[in-house]
Write a protein that binds this ligand. Sequence first.
Ligand code: SAH
Ligand code: SF4
Ligand code: F3S
Length: 458
Amino acid sequence: MKKFYIKTFGCQMNVRDSEIMVQILRSHGHQPVMDIADADLILLNTCSIRDKAEQKVFSLLGQLRDLRQKSANNQDIILAVAGCVAQQEGEKICKRMPDVRLVVGTQQFYHLPEMIERLESGQSAREIRCALAPDFTIPPFQKLFHAGMDQPGHSLPCSAQDQFKQFVTIMQGCNNFCSYCVVPHTRGREISRPATDILEEVRFYADQGAVEITLLGQNVNSYGTTNQVADIRVDFADLLYRVAEIDGIKRIRFTSSNPHDLSDKLMQCFKDIKQLCPHFHLPVQSGSNQVLKQMNRKYTRELYLEKVAGLREHCPDIALSTDVIVGFPGESDQDFAQTMDLLETVKFHASFSFKYSDRPHTRSASFTPKVAEPVKKERLQTFQARQDQISLERNRELVGSVQEVLVEQIHDQGIQARTGSNHIVHLGPHAHLKTGKFAMARITKAGMHSVQAEVEST
Ligand code: SAH
Ligand code: SF4
Ligand code: F3S
């Protein structure tokens, strides 16, 4: 049996996949450890969304290889790579890094225990080292978790105190093929999990005390159009109504959605479902129609602004966040000015912004002219500086209001909680508050990335 350590890079989907891997490995008798130095199976769950993300993985792999080669004791350590870099660069990793003994693709990680067993039993390493074949079936929840979940007091290590907040993957892959994006290549085509299975998983967490559920997919708005298994037919909005019926679930969140298929029916959910948090992450990527077209985003800036107006009409307090790419091939000063103008118009509460980077197999990798690195850097700084000011302005709007917050972490210095609108709230120490509990808090001070508050009642 192995003592394993998983290091996770990338998005929530990867974080969730790591949790599932922990669960599967535990259910086969392997033991998670908190310190990498104690592990004899080190698994990197990787991200390849941008060039930088991928470089990080290779540099860490180099360090681990050196560590492994340094002492005789370390020879037994199994170094394994999973996730999006594994899927994309699997063959290359196998060739370049003989120390890596297992490379597991994004659709193969359910078979991890079996692969470890085969490695341990001395089967030809070469045969099992690189498991990248597409396997579009997502095992049913019960099958995945059964063994581990039956044990009393089971918990996911690293997140034992986070049980009040759970993530549930509702679909895999993406069919959108935005021209810059590697995800359809690393995660494959889109598949929706059967609704009955998702609801069973949510019910299970609710029974265990979860109060918040985040539904995950690369493009949740198209949930239900790509089911493989015959099941109750529901679209994403229907799924939200059904999740809201589950006792104990007080907060529902989801991510991520492409604006082009954000339906009126989904907007209506923000009026109808009180558990649905007033926060929407709606990646815009660019404010220029010319760039959006090249990105194959399938919407215009006008349509995006219409969706924003629709959301605000249905839910006046909704907080909006977004993703932006600067320096896409061919992006002119005028195009970038359009992105800045859109930021000014919408005044997002928060945003994640990135310098464009070429990714393997994507269409935009061959687009020209490329934007020079210093220009990208300057545009990113300009965007981020203005976003910081806007975030501060937005946070100031909250000062004086009383908000319901969910306590997420308790430190010596104080308490960190979160509003439904996804604002991070710092509270002073409080005797009666525990993680996973709700409180009413009066916001007293605004910062750029969080606000301070005092507890009004618990
Ligand atoms: N499925 C999500 C996006 C997942 S990737 C969605 O469509 O909303 C997260 C973010 O990474 C994207 O929104 C985009 O802003 C950024 N990104 C993706 N590919 C990129 C690339 N090649 N260069 C720079 N940023 C990129
Ligand atoms: Fe990538 Fe576009 Fe799919 Fe998001 S919607 S994962 S950006 S291809
Ligand atoms: Fe990264 Fe893969 Fe997620 S590329 S962002 S880990 S889907």
